[in-house]
Design a protein around this ligand. Sequence first.
Ligand code: FAD
Length: 462
Amino acid sequence: MVGQVDTAVADELAAGFGGEIIRPGDASYEERRRVWNGSIDRHPALIARCAGVADVIAAVRVARTAGLRVAVRSGGHSFPGLSVCDDGLVIDLSLMKGVRVDPEARVAWAQAGVLLGELDRETQAFGLAVPAGIVTHTGLAGLTLGGGIGWLMRKFGLTIDQLVSVEMVTAEGEFVKASEKENADLFWGVRGAGGNFGIVTEFEFELNPLGPNVLAGPIFWPMEQSASVLRFYRDWIAEAPDELTTIVVHRYAPPLPAVPRELHGKPVVAVICCYAGSPEEGEEIIRPMRQFASPVLDLCFPKPFVEHQSMFDPSFPSGWWYYFRSCNLADLTDDVVDIIADNAQRMTSRLTAFPIFQLGGAVARVGDADSAFHGRADGFTININATTQAAEGFEEEREWSRNFWTALKPYHTNVYVNFLMEEGEDRVRQAYGPEKYERLKALKRKYDPDNFFRLNQNIPPP
Ligand SMILES: Cc1cc2nc3c(=O)[nH]c(=O)nc-3n(C[C@H](O)[C@H](O)[C@H](O)COP(=O)(O)OP(=O)(O)OC[C@H]3O[C@@H](n4cnc5c(N)ncnc54)[C@H](O)[C@@H]3O)c2cc1C
């Protein structure tokens, strides 16, 4: 039984609303309440699909007056499904798709409903890019508000490092801007602890020249060679230039056209490269890794950046069941390598694929105090992702993920906030470190003292 919102409240919001109001029982309700993670099954009382800022303001004000619980949704890719709630109101920004690029000033404006692939399409038309994540159907808003790591980060920094300004609607339903010059305290907090302070309706980014072709793609070895591949990899990337960002993935080889049939379903370890510089230089840099042992498949070659960006899309579709445990690691020491290699062999689901992101480069050169984001000095972030198609086998795979994460516990440094499930306040504090966490609490008291925005990696006001 779905909790009801007073009809008068729903009618008040619907009056003059530019977008679409969806109630339980409406034809599109089932589709619109669903989020990316199929294991999340919540039933909001109302979904307000906003067409613009005026709709967002109206939705916040009505929810506030009526005392409704509010979830904010952009791309709907929150791992723990924080962008949908039972009963209350979902303020859904997915219709707000505007993107504008000024190629001369190298600036882009993107509304909150834009997905990563949609932004890349507009910016790459001019050979420009905002560094962001590795799956094109991820929401730009949630990703940016937590930091934003991906293929271009070691060259250009995190997604938040490109941010010039944001436009927001506060918990009072007021429209504000934040940048280094205006509401600088809010701008500091938004870059890492985003959703706690308001609803961002638009982002302004600086753009970087890129491609459009890059040397990029995966090189595969049998998973039983994981420990030796990881040791060689660790030593190889120690001297890597910023142009190179790598991600290591353990998985069963997917049945994709680029993968030969005899490899389908075989356990593999892949070192995936993206060289954000001249492909010729990249060839020199990548050669030692591709010559290590005997790769069973090498798909690292020059290709359009947007093609590389969509490589993981089929591996993380909407509707499968996902569970995550994550931590940052200072280094891939021999002990860490052995734990990873050992646990990789124990995954049972054919759909699980867990990435280890290489950090450093430009990410580490921005001052840690400059934004709420924490952990710039870490070497790696590992995302132990347990995936099944539906409920069958999910519990076992979840247990595998938890045990793997626990085995790494002596080596945990921080955790990236966008890779958290709902893990409690201590883990959110860990994501920001104790000092920033206190500063963020004070900021929360200033901008959202009633914790109106609480369905997020929440920082409750003191
Ligand atoms: C397949 C997949 C791949 C991913 N790859 C990467 C990656 O490469 N790099 C990386 O850094 N992260 C990655 N992530 C994690 C991703 O950054 C987070 O899941 C992020 O929250 C997704 O943003 P969204 O807008 O899609 O999420 P949503 O579920 O819509 O929102 C996530 C959170 O942000 C809040 N929020 C959303 N929009 C707004 C807004 N406009 N204003 C204020 N608060 C808002 C929501 O309330 C919620 O708490 C990935 C996630 C998935 C599912």
